[in-house]
Ligand binder design. Structure first.
Ligand SMILES: [Mg+2]
Length: 142
């Protein structure tokens, strides 16, 4: 039974900047559901290892739970899409969420992983924040 379960564990990769950072509540909900269902969640970021503590604290502040935080080596000399391709290959993720089109394109062309392009600003979140700002201004005027 355990062996069978292991086969069905999927591996997800999720970028931070422009992805989790743009829609933290949505990604928290998604990641919680994936972890709860026993799938692997790799946070794969272009931030370098020198920012590990800061980045772990950032994810903690959003209550984002995950299995591994994969960070770019400090001395990485190649491009960002090349880094993402390497990270996707090494973690064997099957679906990667990223806001940068060149990353998605490279992942999809050079690995078996499916890349899901997250648009930089989710409109509904921006609208909700705008409505909150408007009502806050109204409250202050009273
Ligand atoms: Mg990004």
């Amino acid at each position: 039974m355990r062996g069978q379960e292991a086969v069905h564990r999927l591996r997800f990769g999720i970028d931070i900047d422009g992805t989790i950072s743009q829609a933290p509540k949505h990604f928290k909900r998604l990641i919680d559901a994936l972890v709860e269902d026993d799938h692997y969640v790799y946070i794969i970021t272009g931030r370098d290892e020198g920012r590990r503590t800061e980045t772990e604290e950032f994810l903690d502040s959003l209550c984002i739970d995950y299995h591994h935080l994969v960070m770019k080596p400090v001395d990485w000399a190649q491009t960002m899409p090349e880094w993402k391709v390497k990270a996707v290959r090494e973690t064997n993720v099957q679906l990667m969420f990223d806001d940068e089109e060149p990353n998605c394109r490279a992942i999809q062309q050079q690995t078996p992983c499916l890349a899901a392009h997250v648009f930089p600003i989710p409109q509904h979140e921006a609208e909700i924040e705008e409505l909150e700002r408007i009502s806050e201004r109204r409250r202050r005027r009273k």
